[in-house]
Design a protein around this ligand. Structure first.
Ligand code: ACO
Length: 378
């Protein structure tokens, strides 16, 4: 039996602090008009002092788990895609596993810049398809506001913070990642680089003074690269899924620049009404941008169960990634015999099991799934 990783839950976390283009006009030599016409961005959300990437990841994951009706302890694997973890070590994926109160399952962090979520989702799909895992949490989270130079107008206007997550679960119904295209061309690595903090340029007073600890970008080169690879990757993924452009219900691209999105959609012959855009509100949230957009697409009714979606992203590396994803119904299992329900409820009431499983991280918004509502047959 072939196994597919259906997306059965999605969630997001957006920090509440907003920086508008008008705010930036006060601190750097820029204008709302320049930013909107060149990028499509009107405002971005950034974290407060008490927020960090793991907390955003946990909050988004909890929402996704709740929507899926899956308890953290039922997860088999966690993958967190980010380039801005809390620490170089320990890996943020273990922080998320612990913070959610998941079992001591496998958890790893995947670093491919803005393409991270699509890479992670395609990877998760392999664990499901092989039969190794039944239920996988995939998070895309980014906190770039602490890594941009807020005096560098060429980068700081572009980025925002946030996290998005999905729960995927094994099913024999064709769904989940139907095809994917992953690419990388390290020759262009210098065009989008955070030179300091790693082994090449470890923290030092000199490296700090030289500004190596903030993101450097050659916007024009990244722009050219993106317009070259995105449309092509999207078309390849559609073909590999054995589909036509008309079969795509909604195109959810990485939200980096409205002009790049429009060019990719045009290349693949996707009409504007099939393109989801929320860059005006959040800017580029890197690995979080596609899962956040996916959540909003569902919330706004632009994406529906049964739809075939196209994800495409580009980013640091330089890398690119596209995936065609079908969202199938989250099939409920046959109802349990009544005596079994009584027994489960009695156990939960008398033994207060949450005492043992919940290691919520301080400050993380609490929305622990209360009970397992729907389970997918697998
Ligand atoms: N406000 C006003 N003027 C600006 C600003 C700003 N914020 N930023 C740059 N300019 C100026 C430049 O200095 C330049 O001035 P000059 O002509 O006097 O030299 C002029 O505007 C035009 O600059 P360009 O770089 O040609 O502008 P462009 O139209 O290419 O837009 C942009 C720049 C928005 C950065 C674009 O190149 C872009 O979006 N590139 C892709 C960037 C991207 O997506 N990066 C994220 C990658 S994903 C990841 O993994 C993190």
């Amino acid at each position: 039996m072939k196994l597919y990783g259906n997306i059965i839950g999605w969630g997001k976390y957006i920090p509440s602090r907003v920086i508008t283009n008008a705010d930036l006009e006060k601190t750097i030599d820029t204008s709302d008009e320049w930013i909107v016409t060149r990028t499509g961005i009107r405002e971005r959300h950034v974290v407060g002092d008490d927020e960090n990437t793991s907390q955003m990841s946990i909050a988004a994951a909890r929402e996704a788990l709740e929507r899926a009706g899956v308890r953290p302890k039922d997860l088999d694997l966690i993958i967190v895609a980010t380039s801005s973890p809390d620490y170089l070590t320990p890996p943020i994926s273990s922080q998320v596993q612990h913070g959610l109160g998941a079992k001591t399952i496998g958890a790893f962090t995947l670093v491919t810049g803005c393409t991270g979520f699509v890479y992670a989702l395609s990877t998760a799909q392999q664990f499901i398809a092989s039969g190794a895992c039944k239920t996988v949490l995939v998070v895309g989270a980014e906190l770039l506001s602490r890594f941009v130079d807020w005096n560098d107008r060429e980068t700081c206007v572009l980025f925002g913070d946030g996290a998005g997550a999905v729960v995927i679960q094994a099913t024999d119904v064709p769904s989940g990642v139907l095809s994917f295209v992953l690419g990388s061309d390290g020759a262009g690595g210098e065009h989008l680089i955070l030179p300091g903090g790693g082994a090449a340029n470890p923290p030092s007073h000199k490296n700090l003074d030289d500004g190596l600890h903030s993101l450097k970008m050659n916007g024009r080169e990244v722009f050219k690269f993106a317009t070259r690879v995105l449309g092509k990757a999207l078309r390849q993924a559609i073909q590999q899924a054995g589909l036509q452009t008309e079969d795509i219900d909604l195109f959810i691209p990485h939200q980096a620049n409205i002009r790049i999105i429009e060019s990719a959609a045009q290349f693949a012959n996707l009409p504007p009404e099939k393109v989801f855009v929320n860059i005006q509100k959040y800017g580029n949230t890197s690995a979080a941008s596609i899962p956040i957009a996916l959540c909003e697409a569902f919330e706004e009714g632009r994406a529906k169960i049964g739809d075939t979606l196209a994800f495409v992203a580009f980013g640091a590396g330089l890398t690119w990634a596209a995936a065609i994803v079908k969202v199938a119904e989250n099939v409920k299992p046959a109802p349990k015999p009544r005596w079994q329900n009584f027994f489960t409820e009695w156990l939960a009431r008398d033994h207060n099991l949450s005492r043992f499983g919940n290691y919520a991280t301080p400050n993380a918004p609490s929305s622990e799934p209360k009970e397992e509502k729907t389970r997918q047959s697998g």
